[in-house]
Design a binder for this molecule. Structure first.
Ligand code: GLU
Length: 480
């Protein structure tokens, strides 16, 4: 690539950063890093009715958490600032004036009521509800008179008739639009603020953006943008529209199907590496069978050529799987230190670090979050308050009581390492003429209160003889 790559993430501050926004930001970031270019953050805050106070800070915070540092933007600065569109109004006005002068835009004085009535009428007549261009033929004198009398007006783009606009998209290939379907888009509102379309084009030009990488929902706006570049005599950037994010039912991803805010995932304990890895695979694939990618891997491997056109399914199970695999890759001491306050909060104590590490070793394949140790295996730390009813119904058979009390007698004198425990229990099963599982299930139920968990003999060794014996006695006393 000859020119220096410059890409931008351009969120509107209307709320929290969503996973779709994170994906857009990530792909821009990776593309910039891969090509040694710059990644900009630009805040598109020209729609004052949708502005949410604090949204910019929340978006920046989520980007930071995910590890997406931007080279230019709010708080960082850069040669093309300001990076808030609300602070760049003069640039948009200037562009609008140029467009009016060249006949590619015109002032429109129609009131909201008039536009409503027009649309209703056209709808009734089954005509397209595009603006009927009543203000297109006002003439210089008419425009001046109405302006002078202070009548509010917008500036509309003059869409050429019966032309085709071609968008060359790096993901979707050549996409052709007929101008007949395009409305004479409002560019400047009556309050002097630009609409998204004008501000976006002006800024991408002034900020020397080379590639516009954004969600598919903007594809239908792109012919308008291409026309604006043409009218203003500017070379357009290259475009890449990313596939939609879909829920499992293949409908557009929404809150109904999953949490959508990045901060929700953060609050649930997901690691940024896992969420980034997951989001990277929503639309992009490496071209071979592999799922786990660090940010460095992604920076090396990401390319727009490997972004697909079809919607990407948001599969929470895959996210959990990635989260679990990141958790497994962390040093035990990191997990241990994270675990301690969770145990303290429940008033639980433990014999020492080495013992906690054993618990983590036993649980690591069964958890995706450290908090799942106390949630799923509190019995490591406190005697089970009850025995899982379903397991009792399924596993506690008439002969279980007798077997468990004979097992107790063996365990009271057996060495208490996992290997010895296993051979003792196997030996007992053989003498009793029962399957090993006929002993394992009641023992697990007694020691943990549950029907499943880590390997029985290893967990018994970790619990120690005293706790196991106490729990088995209690089970013999309380189970039917
Ligand atoms: N402000 C738009 C948004 O909120 C930006 C779209 C674009 O990248 O052009 O997504």
């Amino acid at each position: 690539m000859a020119e220096a790559v410059r890409v931008r993430f351009a969120p509107s501050p209307t709320g929290l950063l969503h996973v779709g926004g994170l994906r857009t930001a990530l792909y821009n970031y990776l593309f910039a890093r891969r090509h040694g270019g710059a990644f900009l953050l630009r805040i598109e805050d020209t729609d004052r009715s949708r502005y949410v106070p604090g949204a910019v800070e929340m978006i920046v915070e989520s980007l930071r958490w995910a590890g997406l540092d931007y080279d230019e933007g709010p708080g960082v600065g850069g040669p093309h600032g300001p990076y808030f569109q609300s602070e760049r109004l003069d640039r948009y006005r200037e562009a609008a004036d140029r467009l009016i002068a060249s006949g590619d835009a015109y002032p429109c004085f129609c009131t909201a009521e008039r536009l409503d009535a027009m649309r209703r009428e056209r709808e009734k007549a089954r005509q397209s509800t595009k603006y009927d261009r009543r203000c297109l033929g006002l003439g210089a004198a008419g425009i001046e008179r109405r302006r002078a009398s202070g009548e509010p007006h917008v500036v509309r783009m003059r869409i050429p008739d019966e032309r085709s606009v071609v968008v060359e998209d790096l993901v979707r290939g050549t996409v052709e639009f007929s101008t007949d379907v395009l409305d004479d888009q409002v560019l400047l509102k009556s309050d002097g603020f630009p609409t998204y379309h004008l501000a976006n084009v002006v800024d991408d030009h002034l900020m020397e953006v080379t590639h516009v990488i954004r969600g598919e929902e903007w594809l239908s706006s792109t012919p308008k943008h291409v026309l604006l570049y043409r009218f203003l005599g500017w070379a357009p950037p290259r475009f890449a529209h990313l596939p939609l994010l879909l829920g499992k039912d293949r409908s557009k991803l929404s809150k109904r199907q999953a949490d959508v805010a990045v901060s929700d995932y953060r609050a649930q304990g997901y690691r940024p590496e896992a969420l980034v890895n997951f989001v990277a695979l929503l639309g992009w694939n490496p071209g071979y069978d592999r799922d786990v990618f660090s940010m460095d891997d992604l920076m090396r491997e990401f390319s727009l050529e490997r972004v697909g056109k079809s919607g990407a399914i948001f599969d929470l199970e895959k996210l959990r799987w990635l989260q679990a695999s990141y958790l497994r890759s962390l040093p035990r001491e990191v997990l241990r230190e994270e675990l301690k306050p969770l145990l303290e909060a429940r008033g639980w104590t433990w014999p020492g670090d080495a013992w906690l590490d054993r618990v983590l070793d036993l649980m690591i394949e069964r958890i995706a979050f450290v908090r799942e140790v106390p949630e799923k295996a509190g019995w490591f730390f406190a005697d089970p308050a009850e025995h899982d009813a379903e397991t009792v119904a399924k596993r506690w058979k008439p002969e279980s009581r007798g077997l468990l009390s004979r097992a107790l007698a063996v365990l009271e004198r057996s060495p208490f390492d996992a290997g010895s425990l296993e051979s003792e229990v196997r030996g007992l099963a053989e003498r009793e003429g029962v399957a090993v599982s006929d002993l394992v299930h009641p023992l697990r139920l007694a020691c943990t209160g549950m029907g499943a968990g880590p390997g029985l003999f290893a967990l018994m060794e970790t619990l120690g003889r005293e706790a196991c014996v106490r729990r088995i006695r209690r089970a013999l006393g309380t189970l039917p």
